[in-house]
Design a protein around this ligand. Structure first.
Ligand SMILES: [Mg+2]
Length: 386
């Protein structure tokens, strides 16, 4: 992924109504997601498609008696969610279901989904392209070539991966160390990118939660002259104190949040453990939860970037959040070399991406329809399309 070969698979969610309208969502094909989708399906049948947040809330937290009109869903105990957790398969499955409900709600109300969040601040959504690293990391020209080609394709924000930048210099992959030769190779390679791009292109770097606090501090300080847009997940993100320690010693903004729910994001923001919050609609529980994070960050005058490892449907859905978010700064995309993942849904008269941006549609809901030809052609073995 991100410029190198890999296998990608996605789960498409479709919610049908008795009025003949349906909504589309995307979920990550993670362990347990299909089971979660089955449970969510059982709980959703017979509900109004417009009770998006109550449904989310019931699935994650449950309700107190007396139960909402219609009673608890069949197979649901009512007072407490059978999942009662804000992480794992249920929230990943729920993220796809909530996305489909947001599509459905917009179609029922005949307005783009971003209008359900208060309307759009912008006409197009900036994409930052995740490039990871070139195949031959030892070849500085390959780094330069990758960077230049990305900018020539119209992108003005790029991200590379620190942890993939110098596997040739890793001494002990378990130790969380950036030993001096490793750190030197990382600095040389990211510097080569910055030097060829000049200073106007926004450049970020991701550490994927690998490093210890002291080495992460050394990294951010040695990268400081390159004026990066952010350093992402420099240390494991299970400890806001560790993240804050790095942040306090860094002039580069620290960006975290790709697996966070709203409650975890609140802790990191409250504890001043990050400069930029970076949630993902596929992991927060969906569009509304991502909007909650966005507004909480905005109250702290903190920018929001959108992590996104999704295909075109999740990217377009996240674009509706970005459109309606004042403090939005950029949304990730990976798969420009993989045609099907950018084309399994389509929008009437609109390209998926244009000039480094996601254009917005004013069609109802998410404004997409399934490209059945692409879907059928790329079905995983043994799968069928609805
Ligand atoms: Mg990341």
């Amino acid at each position: 992924m991100g410029g190198s070969a890999g296998t990608i698979s996605k789960v498409i969610v479709r919610i049908d109504t008795d009025a003949g309208i349906y909504g589309l969502g995307e979920a990550e094909n993670f362990m347990g997601v299909r089971e979660a989708l089955q449970l969510l399906r059982n709980c959703l049948i017979g509900r109004s498609p417009l009770t998006v947040r109550p449904f989310f809330s019931e699935m994650i937290y449950g309700t107190l008696p007396p139960y909402p009109a219609g009673g608890a869903a069949p197979g649901h105990p009512g007072y407490c969610s059978p999942t009662a957790t804000t992480s794992g398969p249920i929230i990943w499955g729920l993220s796809g279901v909530e996305m489909a409900l947001c599509d459905l709600a917009g179609k029922i109300l005949r307005t783009p989904t971003y209008n359900l969040f208060g309307g759009t601040y912008r006409e197009k959504v900036r994409i930052y392209l995740d490039r990871s690293a070139p195949e031959d990391v030892t070849n500085l020209d390959a780094w330069r070539d990758m960077a230049i080609k990305t900018v020539e394709a119209g992108f003005t924000q790029l991200k590379f991966d620190i942890d993939f930048a110098a596997p040739d210099a890793v001494e002990d992959p378990w130790s969380r160390r950036l030993v001096r030769p490793h750190l030197n190779r990382v600095i040389e390679r990211i510097t080569a990118v910055r030097e060829c791009l000049g200073w106007d292109v926004e450049l970020a770097a991701d550490c994927h939660m690998h490093f210890n606090v002291s080495d992460a501090i050394q990294l951010v300080q040695e990268l400081a002259p390159l004026k990066l847009m952010w350093i992402e997940d420099p240390v494991p993100i299970t400890n806001p104190d560790a993240c804050r320690e790095v942040r306090e010693k860094s002039t580069i903004p620290i960006c975290v949040g790709e697996m966070f729910t709203a409650e975890i994001a609140r802790i990191f923001i409250d504890q001043k453990a990050c400069d930029i919050i970076h949630p993902d609609v596929l992991f927060t529980g969906g569009l509304h939860e991502t909007r909650r994070i966005a507004d909480y960050a905005e109250l702290h005058y903190m920018p929001l970037a959108l992590h996104n490892n999704g295909g075109c449907l999740a990217t377009i859905a996240a674009g509706h959040v970005a459109a309606a978010t004042r403090n939005f700064t950029g949304m990730e995309y990976h798969f420009i070399e993989t045609d099907w993942i950018g084309s399994y849904v389509r929008r009437e008269g609109l390209p998926f991406l244009k000039d480094g941006h996601l254009p917005l549609s004013d069609a109802p809901g998410l404004g997409v329809e399934l490209n059945e030809e692409v879907c059928r052609k790329n079905l995983a073995p043994g799968e069928k399309l609805f």
